[in-house]
Design a binder for this molecule. Structure first.
Ligand SMILES: O=C(O)Cc1cc(O)ccc1O
Ligand SMILES: [Fe+2]
Length: 517
C-alpha cells in the first residue's frame, strides 16, 4: 500500500449519486472521524482503477456513494499524505476545495456557503482605533465586565463584577486559560449544552471561547457609503447593495471610511444562516455559494491600552477592557466565518405564465427552525427583474399570513408602494396583519387593463426579513419622530374593480385556459 498517495477527484453527479474513488486504505481508519458522517463504504474493484492510472502496485480503493443533488460538483481532498510534487488540486478547479471537514458539514447542514477568499487592501483602512501617540504612561485600565448604561438587569445576566476573589471573566484572561480550567470554574457551559456547530469548532483554539459566549449571528444590509468591517478573520469592505453575515461570537468593528452610512441589521438566536434548499430548481439559481466571499487573515500585533470590547451576553450589553487588539489572528481555516454577498449576483426566479408566487422564492439566506418550511428568519429580496405574468395582478397580492414581514428599501421604489416608502425606511406587518399595495399602485395597475406586455422593474432593491416569530417593537421605535403615523392612509380610497360576470373592464375574460392545455 502506498501511504504517500492520496487520491483526489472531482465528482459529478448525473444521477443523484456521487461516486468517489476514496483514499488508500492504509490511512483510512486513522484519519477518518466517524462521529459526524455515517457513510456506507462498499469495497469495489479498485485494482482496475489503479491499473488504468498506470499504477503498478495493487491498491484497494473504497467507493463511497453519497446521496447529493443532481448536477452538483464536490471536490474532496485528502489533506495530509500527498506525495511531494503532487499538486494540491488541479489548476482548473476552484481555489479553495472543500476539505473533508467541510464536506461533513455540507452533508449534514445543507448548503452552507463555502466562500472563496477576498482580499481587502490595507490602504483602505482608515482605522480610528489606531495606536495612540506616545505620552505619559496611564495607569492600566480596570478589568472586568461593566455595563455601559443604567438599564435594568436581566435576571439571568452574568454578574457585573465578579465577587472578590472570584475569577475575572474578562476577554484577556479567558484567552489565556486552558479550557478544562475554565470549565471547572464554570465560566464555560458544560459540553453537552453546547450547540453542535460549536462542538465542531474545537480545533479553532481561542475563537471557540468567544463563540460560546454569543450566539447571535448578524445580518447587515448596508447602503451608502462603504463599510469597513474588521473581524477576527480579517477585513471586509462592504459597498452599498452587499450584505454581511457575522456568525455568533465573532469580535468585529465597523468603520465608516466615507462618513455616515445607513443599513439594516437582523440578529437571530439559535440557528445559522444557510442557503435555501433549491428543491425542483435544481443546481443553479438564487444565491450561489461561489459568490459568498470571506476575508483573508489580517492581524495587528501591538499594545492597545484601554481597548474596549462591547459584548452582548444574556440579552444585555457589557464592556470589557483589555490591552491588546482582538484582531490578532494570524491565520485561520475552517467554515465558521464572516462572509459577504453582493445582492446583484442574485439570480431571481419568478412566474413565467400566470399568478404571483410566494416571495420566499427569492430567499437569499434562511435560518431554519426544526419545522421544515418554517423559518426563524428568511432573508428575501425584491431585485430588478422582468414581470411577465399574464392575466395576473402583477404587484404583490393583498394578504394576511402566518409570517411576520419586516421590509426595507435599499434603493429605488418598491413595487407595492408608489408613495411613502423611501430608501432607508422600514415597514413591519406582523403575523396576520392585512396589507398589500397602496391605492396608487393598485389603481395604476388596474388602469393598464388586460395588458400582458412584459415589463421590467429596474433601479430598485427592496428586502424582507420574514420570520415565524412575532417581533416586539421597542419603545425607541414607537416613540421615534421618524415613525409614520399615517401609514394606514396609503390604502384609503381602495375600491373594488370586480364585477359578477368574471370579465375585465374591457369585456375580455380572465383565463389562461388555452395556454394551459
Ligand atoms: O408584503 C409585501 O410587500 C411582501 C410581499 C411581496 C410579494 O410579492 C408577495 C407577498 C409579500 O408578502
Ligand atoms: Fe406581505
Amino acid at each position: 500500500r502506498d501511504k504517500q498517495t492520496t487520491r483526489r477527484r472531482r465528482g459529478t453527479v448525473p444521477d443523484g449519486l456521487l461516486t468517489l474513488p476514496w483514499v488508500p486504505l492504509a490511512n483510512r481508519h486513522r484519519r477518518r472521524d466517524r462521529s459526524h458522517v455515517q457513510l456506507q463504504p462498499t469495497p469495489a474493484a479498485g485494482a482496475a482503477a489503479a491499473a488504468a492510472a498506470g499504477q503498478r502496485r495493487r491498491r484497494r480503493i473504497l467507493q463511497l456513494q453519497l446521496p447529493v443533488g443532481a448536477g452538483q460538483h464536490l471536490l474532496v481532498g485528502g489533506g495530509a499524505g500527498l506525495s511531494p510534487g503532487q499538486p494540491e488540486q488541479p489548476a482548473a478547479l476552484p481555489a479553495r476545495p472543500l476539505r473533508r471537514a467541510a464536506l461533513r458539514h455540507l452533508l449534514h447542514h445543507p448548503a452552507p456557503p463555502q466562500p472563496p477568499h477576498v482580499d481587502v487592501p490595507d490602504q483602505a483602512v482608515g482605522d480610528p482605533r489606531a495606536i495612540p501617540p506616545a505620552g505619559p504612561r496611564q495607569p492600566p485600565p480596570r478589568r472586568g465586565l461593566r455595563r455601559p448604561g443604567h438599564h435594568r438587569r436581566h435576571p439571568h445576566a452574568a454578574p457585573l463584577e465578579p465577587p472578590r476573589g472570584a475569577p475575572r471573566a474578562d476577554a484577556a484572561r479567558l484567552r489565556r486559560r486552558p479550557l478544562h480550567r475554565l470549565r471547572r470554574r464554570q465560566l464555560l457551559p458544560p459540553p453537552r449544552l453546547r450547540h453542535p456547530h460549536v462542538r465542531r469548532q474545537q480545533v479553532h483554539g481561542w475563537i471557540r471561547l468567544l463563540q460560546r459566549r454569543r450566539r447571535f449571528p448578524h445580518c447587515t444590509t448596508a447602503r451608502n457609503p462603504e463599510l469597513l468591517i474588521t473581524t477576527e478573520c480579517g477585513k471586509l469592505l462592504v459597498p452599498p447593495g452587499e450584505i454581511v453575515v457575522i456568525p455568533q461570537g465573532f469580535r468585529f468593528a465597523v468603520d465608516l471610511p466615507d462618513g455616515p452610512s445607513r443599513g439594516y441589521v437582523s440578529e437571530i438566536f439559535g440557528a445559522h444562516f444557510q442557503l435555501p434548499d433549491l428543491g425542483p430548481i435544481g443546481a443553479n439559481g438564487l444565491a450561489s455559494a461561489r459568490d459568498f466571499l470571506s476575508p483573508t487573515a489580517w492581524f495587528e500585533q501591538c499594545h492597545r491600552p484601554g481597548y474596549v470590547i462591547v459584548q452582548k451576553y444574556g440579552g444585555e450589553l457589557f464592556t470589557a477592557t483589555q490591552d491588546f487588539s482582538p484582531f490578532n489572528v494570524v491565520a485561520w481555516h475552517g467554515n465558521y466565518i464572516p462572509y459577504k454577498y453582493d445582492l446583484s449576483k442574485f439570480c431571481p426566479f419568478n412566474t413565467v405564465l400566470f399568478d404571483h408566487g410566494d416571495p420566499s422564492v427569492n430567499t437569499v439566506l434562511t435560518a431554519p427552525t426544526d419545522k421544515p418550511g418554517v423559518a426563524l428568519l428568511d432573508f428575501v429580496i425584491f431585485p430588478p427583474r422582468w414581470l411577465v405574468a399574464e392575466n395576473t395582478f402583477r404587484p404583490p397580492y393583498y394578504h394576511r399570513n402566518c409570517m411576520s414581514e419586516f421590509m426595507g428599501l435599499i434603493y429605488g421604489v418598491y413595487e407595492a408602494k408608489a408613495d411613502g416608502f423611501l430608501p432607508g425606511g422600514a415597514s413591519l406587518h406582523s403575523c396576520m396583519t392585512p396589507h398589500g399595495p397602496d391605492t396608487k399602485t393598485y389603481e395604476a395597475t388596474i388602469s393598464r387593463g388586460g395588458s400582458n406586455e412584459p415589463s421590467r422593474l429596474s433601479g430598485t432593491l427592496a428586502f424582507m426579513f420574514e420570520s415565524a416569530l412575532i417581533p416586539r417593537v421597542c419603545r425607541w421605535a414607537l416613540e421615534s419622530p421618524s415613525r409614520d403615523l399615517n401609514y394606514y392612509q396609503c390604502w384609503i380610497g381602495l375600491k373594488s374593480h370586480f364585477s359578477h360576470n368574471n370579465s375585465n373592464d374591457d369585456g375580455s375574460t380572465t383565463s389562461n385556459k388555452d395556454d394551459r392545455k
